[in-house]
Design a protein around this ligand. Sequence first.
Ligand SMILES: C[S@@+](CC[C@H](N)C(=O)[O-])C[C@H]1O[C@@H](n2cnc3c(N)ncnc32)[C@H](O)[C@@H]1O
Length: 305
Amino acid sequence: MSEKNRKKLHSADYFSEARDFWWNLDFLKLMGQRWQVGNINTVLDVGCGQGHWGQVLSQILPAHTTVVGIDQEPQWVEEAGRRTQYLELEERFSYAQGNADAIPFPDCQFDLVTCQTVLIHMASPFAVLEEMIRVLKPGGLLAVAEPNNLAGVLMFSNLSTGASIEQICQDVEFHAICERGKFNLGEGNSSLGDLIPGYFSQLGLQNIQTYISDKASPLFPPYASREQQVSKQLYLDWVERGRWSRGESLRYFLAGGGTEQAFATYWMQMLQKNKAVEQSLLKEEFYTSGGAVMYLVSGRKPNAS
Ligand SMILES: C[S@@+](CC[C@H](N)C(=O)[O-])C[C@H]1O[C@@H](n2cnc3c(N)ncnc32)[C@H](O)[C@@H]1O
């Protein structure tokens, strides 16, 4: 698929092998114990993308569990299917095109309904959660992994730890304005994770549990592990951009109340910082703990009375 075509697809910039390293398996196994997953036979992965989340999560589920993934992008559905063949998982997994706003399954089908970094892109995450609950069996488990992305702006590296208070605040301000603009445009709240337990409560779910992934993504010389090599390459690939491309960032920044003039200043500062990170990585000097705030929130659909 050409780079031009990839850009048109939702989240095309965010798929890479790095997603396979987002969770510690022993943490997920602990979650499996907390959730008592022994009786789970059927799973729906909403907004499955290339299938990373459902495939990682399946490792803590009984071996017979089947996982269905839906995504609005037919190309991601195809790619997810290819990944399961490569991982020799195709007997347990199937993928189909489908919209999270109108999930193409009847009521009360699945033992577990889940998603990862999907609700942060939704104009109406509450309505999507209602859909997810609709297709969940009574007593079934809803489990969603959604971040607070703004928190990540405050993670330091060897280069930023000495930054002035003004620079730190500017960084937060820039990203907060962009996130606000994205929200104002109806493209989702990038830090929605903070709100999920409250939504679950309003939706009448029971036994609501809220955790934060214990996974960091550290980078330190000599970047020896496969995970660190993948992560280092991501930093290098993103030298010319921020969390979003220049055009997308500008669109969000303006919609968040910023001006073109202020954007030009912020953007230049960010490119300079990225360039410094690139140099530091290439000299094998760059290091960071790579923290992130990724919530894992679960709740049970009440049994019919
Ligand atoms: C950031 S990706 C997450 C993919 C996957 N859950 C993972 O963690 O690897 C967001 C995914 O949501 C999908 N998506 C966005 N809006 C959607 C909608 N309304 N219905 C179904 N899928 C949607 C996108 O196509 C994309 O694959």
